[in-house]
Design a protein around this ligand. Structure first.
Ligand code: PHE
Length: 367
């Protein structure tokens, strides 16, 4: 059987193109061959159009031959490209002025924001103590933020936290027109957590942004970060109970992780409607170590975080019987902690978005 006449024509074209590819002196020449052969108006592309002129029984063989031709031209082009790269590399390596042992150009790298860094560290410490890390919405109800925390609308404690109120809207559960706000503290997650894990011991922390309607200055921001901690367990005789001692232990562990050494702490009474007793926890001044300086206003102590045992009314709102359950809670100001750790004197730097602020702190020097 004699091969059809178009066979020789295709073979000749392929032979010609393979030779041209193998001889291409540089990438530009190679690219020109590729366009001339495989491009829209290329010689190989043109072959496909010839199929229409053939009798039906020849078309299948013709199509296969064109496809094969295209594939071998592509392979030859790729091989020549690869060869060029190898030649270039060999030339570079042979060039005595090229020193492959020199370090490369430094790639610009990102840095972790000091707030994110401390938050991640705290989460790790608490996870290691068996706590879950939870997340709650920044827009919350008046109920979660205030009422459930033993702060009814007439309570003067509402004035302690100036609030961004939102237009009333119905909750997902259809409760009409409830008052909503930007949470003023992460404590808004306390009763949410109790409802989520009813009648069982709870260990949880929930970090997040909180908002207060404040005039902004070096020590006040309308947006800042807190971490709430919550622990609930069975009261004696059914369980171990939860005491101020437990709270202090957890706080010491946390501070040691953050500051890298044991930190001396003291408790002062503090008033918050949702804890009883309530405390302000102070740490030894990081700057003067207790001798007295401007930062601690010559007291030797820095106020760090409020905490206390959960008020029976709050347990009850969360569905826990205060005769059978006890707990503690703390609300750590993350922004404040970062400022202490890095001796940052202006809170506005934290969320100011100036990238120069992130890099030096993350690199370990003072901000
Ligand atoms: N939520 C309080 C605040 O932001 C702090 C706090 C939390 C106090 C937990 C006691 C217990 O001011």
């Amino acid at each position: 059987m004699t091969p059809p006449p178009w066979k020789a024509e295709i073979d000749a074209l392929v032979v010609e193109l393979l030779a041209a590819a193998a001889a291409a002196p540089d990438a530009a020449a190679l690219r020109a061959i590729e366009v001339d052969a495989l491009g829209k108006k290329g010689s190989v592309t043109a072959l496909s159009k010839g199929i229409a002129a053939l009798p039906a029984e020849a078309r299948r063989d013709y199509g296969a031959a064109v496809t094969a031709a295209r594939a071998s031209v592509e392979a030859a082009l790729a091989a020549r490209g690869e060869g060029m790269r190898a030649d270039r590399l060999a030339a570079e390596l042979a060039d005595r002025s090229f020193d492959e042992t020199l370090p490369g150009a430094p790639a610009p790298s990102g840095a972790v924001h000091p707030l994110a860094l401390v938050q991640a560290q705290l989460e790790d410490v608490f996870r290691s103590m068996g706590f879950s890390v939870l997340d709650y919405p920044e827009v919350d109800s008046e109920y979660s933020n205030f009422e459930a925390l033993n702060i009814p609308s007439w309570h003067p404690a509402r004035d302690m936290q100036d609030t961004f109120w939102l237009e009333p809207f119905a909750d997902a559960d259809g409760a009409p027109g409830r008052a909503h706000l930007l949470r003023t503290h992460t404590s808004a997650g306390q009763v949410r957590t109790m409802h989520r894990f009813p009648n069982q011991p709870i260990r949880a922390v929930f970090p997040g942004r909180v908002f207060r309607y404040e005039a902004v200055d070096a020590s006040h921001e309308h947006t800042f970060h807190q971490v709430e901690g919550l622990m609930i367990d069975r009261a004696p005789p059914e369980g171990p109970g939860v005491s101020v001692g437990h709270l202090l232990f957890a706080m010491r562990t946390l501070l040691e992780a953050v500051f890298g050494e044991a930190v001396e702490v003291r408790l002062r009474p503090g008033y918050f409607p949702f804890v009883e007793p309530g405390f302000e926890l102070d740490i030894r001044c990081r700057v003067c170590r207790g001798a007295g300086c401007q930062v601690c206003k010559y007291s030797g102590w820095l106020e760090l975080l409020p905490c206390g045992l959960i008020h029976p009314n709050v347990l009850r709102m969360g569905g826990f019987d205060p005769a059978r359950w006890q707990g503690w809670a703390f609300g750590l100001g993350l922004s404040r902690l970062v400022m202490m750790r890095h001796q940052i004197r202006d809170i506005r730097l934290l969320l100011g978005g100036d990238a120069r602020f992130v890099a030096p702190v993350a690199a370990g020097s003072a901000g």
